[in-house]
Design a protein around this ligand. Structure first.
Ligand code: HEC
Length: 139
């Protein structure tokens, strides 16, 4: 038996609205010349290793996607974020120093508070990965 409420059941329509809303709030990607969705665009950060994903979301705005201190926020900063390709700096610091700066922030080693502490956000494992990533830029 179907009652009249079943006839006017709004649920299927509501479900459709919800899924449409989810689609429209997704990040839009630039299409290729052929008008196709680029293969990797949808999951760009999902393919990254954990340290690179953390770097991309937490560090790149200041230190730049490629570690060259050219992130969107870097321009107006004083002091500038560290450029990880700087070999002189790389030779001067040890891994423990880099890990400390990441976990406890600039002021923990006498640097600017513009470099925030990340200890509450990243695990020790992540910090190790970030140190390795930063070191790789120095080679
Ligand atoms: C809000 C901008 C900002 C963000 C986000 C940021 N940093 Fe920094 N970082 C700085 C600035 C500015 C300095 C330079 C501080 C100075 O020279 O006094 C710095 C310096 C550093 C240094 C060098 C310390 C040294 O000995 O010179 C390391 C390593 C570093 N950041 C790692 C990271 C990592 C890893 C992340 C992400 C987890 C990150 N930073 C996120 C702004 C930022």
């Amino acid at each position: 038996m179907t009652g009249c409420m079943d006839q006017y059941n709004p649920l299927p329509y509501w479900k459709q609205f919800t899924s449409e809303r989810q689609i429209t709030s997704e990040k839009h990607v630039a299409l290729t010349d052929k008008g196709e969705v680029p293969p990797k665009a949808a999951s760009a950060s999902a393919d990254l290793d954990p340290a690179s994903a953390k770097y991309a979301s937490l560090c790149s705005a200041c230190h730049g996607a490629d570690g060259a201190a050219d992130g969107a926020a870097a321009g107006s900063m004083n002091p500038k974020p560290r450029n990880f390709h700087d070999k002189t700096w790389q030779a001067k610091v040890d891994d423990a120093h880099i890990a400390k700066v990441i976990k406890e922030g600039g002021p923990s080693v006498g640097l600017s508070g513009t470099m925030p502490p990340w200890g509450a956000v990243v695990s020790d494992e992540d910090v190790k990965g970030l140190v390795a990533k930063i070191r790789a830029w120095g080679k």
